[in-house]
Design a protein around this ligand. Structure first.
Ligand code: ADP
Ligand code: ZN
Length: 730
């Protein structure tokens, strides 16, 4: 896209009606009258709404719904980069797909109001790409010559250097021969790009295909390669190519707050720091990054899913690393999947999209099979490193001692590894000390008063906590039910309890626990990762955070404490997700010269997921899983949506659900299941009922849902949430 579109000139003049979209969950844009200052589509403006003034975006020509005398006037145009056309189209598309209010989606594009305040952005002049100005006057000629030879200048500076009045420069801008654009800190020349490492033949082939893709407009490529095969190294080549073309690049990571290793690797490869975007950053940093992205100055952004909504004027490449990861799905507010929306964003902005994974999602594999995505394959680990040997430990045959959780074969492997001076990792996807606390006297279980959930024992902090709403209870001494004193039993393990057991077994070993709640923030997380990498830690015990991306050369043993954990429950993707997670955890072992091994503790080692892991038969598992989904008409072969009705009063929620059930869409291509209590039937004090809607792929699911829900609106405090392509099933 031509950068000139960052700041289109002209459009709507005084008195004309325009539509302004506000970042609020309203039905759509509102009409306003243009004030003294002319406006263009995409301009950020301040408008009155009720007694407030709000920032919004000029969305298009006004309608005539509102009578003239009720029409209010735009208060001001803000001095910040306009929201690019591609971002506006993206907002409309996402709103239409997710059934969210366009303003709610716009809020994701404009999440930092401070970024819109009078900005320290300077606009400079540049010759227009296609200049069409026959017979310029001598004064105009001097300006154009000055611009052709020199760097971009502000209107005032250009006028002074060319020896003309500013009016001459403005005349050229009006004529379209000169365009204004936000000044970039870096010159327009291609950035200095150091060369990457020499690639293996398979890597070079994939890298070649990807760099070609960055020159070819919209495309989607799956980069499918085992952990440690060099996927990152390969997509770095594509990034270099997009940068050399002067386009912007976005890399989405599932766990950006923990990605210090990735960022320093990036800085080493490209001799520059990427901009970082996630919700934990401070306001000032977010403001500066937002502006730098909008002005085109931020060349590379590494971010969490929300970075997809940044106003890139010229995004040429989007990389989704670990594309299968559930962290890309947002459930709160606007429910969207960043991987799927990235493909849409790529299409709207003519960008290449790369999806990288060692265990691609069934959705992506189905798209490869249908010929919509290209697949590039890296079959081997880099530099001859071998994939770890994966074996199950049958807990029925070799159980751990009573009240403990590490079985003898795992204990022995840990002892051998530590004795050899190597590192080990124990994986358990459960924070805290124990997931359930019960009274030995009466059997009462401590549960959250606001949610359908047990309270999790966090011994390190001396409290019990709800992982859904944050409710915290200081460790009680008395049972609230029977009054028994100090007679609670901790049931089952969390990582803290595993650390206790391992510490008692290996008192010499240097232990560390890594979970989102044991680290105070990104800095603490990266300090811990550095300590592990420097071999200041012998045994790392952690939740799924340890699975993500880290490269620890001396780590040779991974023990999965409870391989059955993710397979429980009726989740459509339980098997797929467990295979992905455990493959990723396993992938931490033996990444360098020393071979690794992985031990899976299970009560059901013959389960197809665990059998496939042990046999290294990912493709076989995926094929069987795909067959059963196809037979059941489930995603990716059918479509699914969840509708959650919630409110503080169960009876009125049920009443609305009965209404909805009576008018539910029906037909041969669509099926509505429910209402049933949602798996978390009580969440943060709200009672929740869920409908699941399944349809054929060709069915216009959104249209049917819109008609259905539109005829049965919810009145506050009851809420209806729609989740197209649900993942969480909460
Ligand atoms: P993946 O992303 O597939 O897990 P990485 O790109 O992280 O794999 O590569 C694994 C390790 O091997 C990293 O330390 C990486 O720097 C190294 N590596 C991969 N390819 C090469 C190469 N061609 N030359 C040098 N080192 C490489
Ligand atoms: Zn709770």
């Amino acid at each position: 896209m031509d950068p000139a579109e960052i700041k289109p000139s002209g459009g709507f003049s005084q008195g004309v009606r325009v539509q302004v979209l506000l970042p609020l969950p309203l039905a759509g844009p509102l009409d306003y009258r243009v004030g003294a200052e002319p406006l263009a589509v995409g301009d950020v403006v301040s408008v009155p709404l009720g007694r407030r003034h709000l920032e919004g975006v000029v969305w298009g020509a006004g309608t005539s719904v509102l009578p003239d005398h009720k029409l209010k006037t735009v208060a001001a145009r803000l001095d910040c980069p306009a929201v690019p056309a591609v971002s506006r189209a993206f907002v409309d598309w996402v709103a239409d797909y997710t059934l969210a209010a366009p303003g709610a989606v716009l809020r994701m594009v404009m999440p930092v109001p401070a970024a819109l305040a009078p900005a320290p952005v300077t606009y400079v002049c540049r010759p227009a790409a296609v200049a069409d100005h026959p017979r310029p006057t001598p004064a105009r000629r001097r300006v154009l010559d000055r611009l052709a030879d020199g760097p971009p200048l502000t209107v005032a500076d250009l006028a002074r250097e060319a020896g003309v009045t500013p009016a001459v420069v403005k005349g050229l801008i009006a004529a379209g021969a000169v365009v204004l654009e936000a000044r970039r800190p870096a010159p327009d020349a291609a950035p200095y790009l150091p060369a990457g490492p020499a690639l293996s033949p398979a890597q070079a082939e994939a890298a070649g295909a990807l760099t070609d893709a960055t020159r070819g407009g919209f495309s989607v490529s799956l980069l499918d390669g085992v952990t440690g095969s060099g996927k990152t190294e390969v997509y770095f080549e594509a990034i270099a190519s997009a940068l050399a073309q002067g386009r912007q690049v976005l890399v989405l990571l599932p766990e950006i707050a923990l990605s210090a290793q990735f960022l320093s690797r990036f800085a080493r490869r490209f001799a520059m720091e990427p901009a970082v975007w996630h919700s934990d950053l401070g306001e000032a940093r977010r403001r500066d990054t937002w502006r730098a992205v909008a002005a085109g100055a931020a060349r590379v952004v590494v971010g969490a899913r929300s970075a997809l909504f940044l106003p890139f004027p010229d995004l040429g490449l989007i990389v989704i690393d670990e594309e299968h990861d559930g962290a890309f799905k947002q459930e709160d507010g606007v429910a969207y999947h960043a991987r799927d929306m990235a493909v849409v964003r790529g299409k709207l902005g003519k960008a290449a999209v790369i999806l990288a994974s060692a265990t691609p999602s069934l959705e992506t594999l189905a798209n490869v099979q249908a010929g919509r995505y290209r697949k590039l394959h890296l079959p081997d680990r880099h530099a001859g490193a071998v994939l770890p040997d994966i074996q199950s430990i049958d807990l029925r045959k070799t159980p751990p001692p009573r009240g403990q959780f590490l079985a003898p074969p795992l204990r022995q492997a840990l002892a051998e590894t530590l004795k050899a001076g190597e590192q080990a990792m124990l994986f358990l996807n459960r924070r805290g000390y124990a997931p359930l606390t019960l009274c030995r006297t009466c059997g009462h279980r401590l549960r959250c008063p606001h949610c359908t959930a047990w309270l999790v024992d966090h011994r390190g902090r001396n409290h019990l906590a709800c992982h859904h709403c944050g409710f915290v209870l200081p460790r009680p001494r008395q049972c609230p039910e029977c009054g028994a004193e100090d007679d609670f039993a901790a049931c089952g393990p969390g990582v803290e309890r595993i650390a206790e057991e391992a510490g008692a077994l290996f008192p010499e070993a240097r232990l560390a626990v890594m979970a989102s709640d044991t680290m105070t923030g990104p800095a603490a997380a990266s300090a811990l990762v550095d300590k592990v990498a420097a071999h200041e830690i012998d045994l790392l015990i952690g939740t799924q955070i340890v699975a993500k991306g880290h490269h620890f050369p001396l780590l040779t043993l991974v023990g999965v404490v409870d391989a059955d954990l993710g397979l429980e429950g009726g989740d459509l993707r339980a098997g797929e997700r467990t295979l992905q997670l455990l493959s990723q955890v396993a992938g931490r072992a033996g990444r360098a010269e020393r071979p690794g091994r992985v031990l899976l503790q299970s009560f059901d080692p013959d389960h197809p997921v665990l059998a496939a892991l042990a046999a290294g038969d990912r493709d076989g598992f995926v094929a069987r899983e795909a067959d059963s989904r196809r037979a059941a008409g489930m995603p990716p072969y059918g479509r699914l949506a969840a509708v959650i009705v919630s409110g503080p009063d169960a009876d009125s929620v049920d009443a609305l659900c009965r209404h909805l059930a009576r008018s539910a869409p029906s037909g041969p291509d669509i099926e509505v299941l429910g209402p049933v209590p949602a798996p978390l039937a009580l969440l943060r004090g709200r009672h929740r009922r869920r409908f699941l809607i399944r349809s054929a792929r060709a069915t216009p699911l959104q249209t049917r849902l819109r008609a259905w829900l539109g005829a049965n609106p919810a009145r506050a405090p009851i809420r209806i949430q729609v989740d197209i392509d649900p993942y969480g099933f909460l």
